[in-house]
Design a protein around this ligand. Sequence first.
Ligand code: BTN
Length: 324
Amino acid sequence: MTLDAKILSMLREADETGITSASLATKTGSNAAAVSQRVVELCRLGYDIESTPHLGYRFLSAPDLLHADDLVSRLSPNRIVGRDIQVFQETSSTNDVVEKLARDGVAEGVVVFAESQTKGRGRMGRKWLSPPGRGLWFSVLLRPLMPPSSVTQLTIAAATAVARAVRVETGLALQIKWPNDILIHGKKAVGILTELSAELDQVRYVVIGIGVDVNITEFPAELAEIATSLSAAAGKNFIRAEIAAAILRELDTDYARVTRGEFAALAEEWEQQCVTLGQRVQIHIGDRTVAGRAESLDNDGALLLRTDYGHLERIVGGDVVLEK
Ligand code: BTN
């Protein structure tokens, strides 16, 4: 942990009581002068930290920006997801940045955020709107020991983790549309893009890209009917770092569940929030469309669809349209 991350973590822990400069220096393994210099710098970034000569420091508030040390300070020490966090002001797509890190041999768990993306992309080659400072646009690198056919488990785990974190942080009622759209009142607020590199029977790496529309107030006309944001649904803005940290914590928990072979329990949680199961759906897979009733998930997270011809078809990807 950097000194900034340690300072923020100790200040949060000290809460309203605050912490003396000497004790903050000891606890961070530093000295009073260095701590004071970093606190000035954090205040310059917009952190509101009260500093009084005798009482020491008290944390009042954080600005609505993504700061790697701040995010690290909100996570537990023994984590895989968020082991290393990088924040870019602007990038093409965080999935591309993480993919490059993966090709360079970086260990799993690294997370890359961007305040904005110039080429944010969604599933099926769609664009993903990523305006500066309004959402969470980030990607996670994983290196699971699993065959490519099981990677849908990770997408299901990611959707379950994000939904849990967002629900706890915002109190909003969310639904999941297979495989990984998170909806509020039927409109999409979160999208997940899973990309992978694999050999025939073993995954090399998986990049999970997550876009959360947090404080977007206006959508372009073509999205207005189908997209929403957490702030639009709740009628108030949210502090993105709080939501980001909650998501990373839940992703870490659920990734561990998948790697321990506990997918069944996760799938159950996912199924409880899913609007797709039990419904008549049309699924567009490339230029093919299959119609039927979405029955359940299989052990790999694929959707089992009872087609109109009575067959049970295993679907690993596609665009789902719920039939009215
Ligand atoms: C979808 O189509 O629903 C998936 C959208 C995924 C968007 C996120 S934003 C962060 C990451 N970088 C990208 O370019 N896409 C994903």
